[in-house]
Ligand binder design. Structure first.
Ligand SMILES: Cc1ncc(C[n+]2csc(CCOP(=O)(O)OP(=O)(O)O)c2C)c(N)n1
Length: 191
């Protein structure tokens, strides 16, 4: 089955250079951290569901930069309203990825509603994000990432992944994470 860390490495390998990547709480940012530190990466700590909203803000503030966001299914379910907001504002430089393992893996693998009832891509399309699709496998994921690099509307890629925990652990230093990111996206002068 498809694995989050494997997909994250495939994503990072396809970046040109300056794309921002926002990792959600827990496993998505652990795997992003392990895939190689970049100054254009932001690692969300503590709050579920904020990867897409933060990425939306970056995408609107810097329309010439491609912005990726990585989120877990449980976290996205906690912040579904952001899909309607993103569909309304339609930043063409925003690419979102939901890593759907059907569980809240990091807190003990309790099943999420995405396992039993909710199709998150169908929800996204219903919210108006018409360029939303499930990736069938790793190769399909890479093809969709390439497509999203030049997309002219926001794109959401869903991937059904295995139940493995994230690799590594992000250093829990929110101030450093914020400062490095601001330098990385050019809104802070080096001291
Ligand atoms: C508002 C809120 N409720 C609960 C938690 C505890 N919590 C942290 S991560 C997490 C599960 C995240 O699940 P998901 O986004 O599906 O990612 P996964 O762990 O499966 O990779 C939970 C319940 C939290 N941080 N914030």
């Amino acid at each position: 089955m498809v694995n989050r860390f494997d997909l994250t490495k495939r994503l990072v390998a396809r970046l040109k250079k300056d794309e921002a990547v926002i990792g959600g709480i827990g496993n998505t940012n652990f795997d992003l951290w392990s895939a190689g530190r970049r100054p254009q990466n932001f690692y969300m700590l503590g709050s579920m569901g904020l990867a897409f909203p933060i990425a939306l803000g970056v995408a609107l503030a810097q329309p010439n930069r491609r912005v990726f966001a990585l989120e877990g299914d449980g976290s996205l379910l906690m912040q579904l309203g952001c899909l309607s907001t993103i569909a309304t504002l339609r930043p063409k430089n925003l690419s979102m990825i939901v890593m759907d393992n059907g569980i809240y893996q990091i807190t003990g693998a309790q099943p999420t509603p995405a396992a039993a009832a909710t199709d998150l891509i169908a929800v996204a399309i219903g919210c108006g994000l018409t360029n939303s699709t499930w990736a069938a496998d790793e190769e399909d994921f890479e093809r969709l990432i390439d497509q999203s690099l030049t997309a002219s509307e926001p794109m959401l890629i869903g991937v059904r992944i295995d139940d493995k925990p994230g690799t590594g652990a992000t250093r829990r230093d929110p101030v450093q994470i914020r400062e490095r990111f601001m330098l990385g996206v050019g809104v802070r002068e080096p001291m």
